[in-house]
Write a protein of this length. Structure first.
Length: 265
């Protein structure tokens, strides 16, 4: 949602639950049903053994953008599993083919996805600093610069040779007022998940006050739909009981087995 414009209702495309081919069909049906956008997860692993899927978001996004006319967003954590230059190249390629239809929500990531590199999982303040470096690297690449950087991420003479007319908005992901304020310093928008109204208002105010201005707002609302309330509750319990733990627990667990054990404790 952007100030002065009516909100758009979109579909979150959960790669953790649904194979990519079926998810593409769901995206097309969502457009036919009147949904106005798509938002893709980007995980290496699902949240539980029961979910059992985890397709590669960036491959799927090209198909979704080609097979629908909807704008698409994707959540991404550059800096460990993804080098920021690769994220920039992927986003620039999609934006060249599908101008004005991609936005990227950047966050500091979760160990469940990032541990696969074998590198240590940094503390939150270090992850924040690393993400900020990645944002600067990506924006410089989108501007056509040759980028070298030696910090929490390292870049050596990187340059994007395929550039879109307009780079994608880089939205910041946050679940706390403090992080929303920090995101307001650098992001083109704020993405968060459903929380009490007062908390959301505080986050938006903090984002705006810190420099977020009139950037877009993205709110992910979790809904379990089924023919009956009982069935909807059963689906929510089966699929999402491992995704209810507050930070830092949800950030720091490394395997789906750990999530499953904690959910059954």
């Amino acid at each position: 949602m952007s100030p002065g414009r009516p909100p758009r209702i979109g579909l979150h495309c959960s790669h953790e639950q649904i194979p990519p081919s079926r998810l593409l069909t769901a995206a097309r049906r969502a457009e036919e049903a009147g949904f106005q956008g798509l938002m893709s997860s980007d995980h290496f692993s699902p949240w539980s053994e029961r979910q059992g899927e985890s397709g590669f978001a960036w491959a799927w996004l090209g198909a979704a953008l080609a097979r629908t006319g909807l704008p698409c967003g994707v959540v991404n954590a550059p800096g460990q599993r993804y080098h920021p230059a690769i994220v920039a190249q992927a986003a620039a390629t999609l934006c060249e083919m599908f101008p004005g239809r991609l936005w990227v929500a950047l966050g500091t990531g979760e160990a469940s996805n990032e541990h696969i590199t074998g590198d240590p999982w940094p503390a939150k303040d270090v992850r924040n600093a690393r993400l900020r470096e990645c944002v600067d690297v990506m924006r410089a690449l989108f501007a056509g610069e040759t980028v070298s950087h030696d910090g929490l991420v390292r870049v050596d003479r990187a340059k994007l040779h395929t550039l879109p007319t307009e780079p994608p908005p880089l939205v910041g992901a946050a679940v706390s007022v403090e992080t929303a304020a920090w995101v307001g310093e650098w992001a083109d928008g704020l993405a968060t998940v459903n929380q009490p109204h007062d908390k959301l208002r505080q986050m938006i105010d903090a984002f705006r006050a810190a420099g977020g201005g009139h950037g877009r707002l993205v709110l992910q609302v979790h809904v379990s739909w089924a023919p009956s309330e009982e069935e909807a509750m059963e689906i929510a319990w089966d699929q999402w009981r491992t995704n209810v733990f507050p930070p830092p627990t949800c950030w720091d667990l490394e395997t789906i087995e750990e999530f499953d054990r904690l959910a059954e404790a």
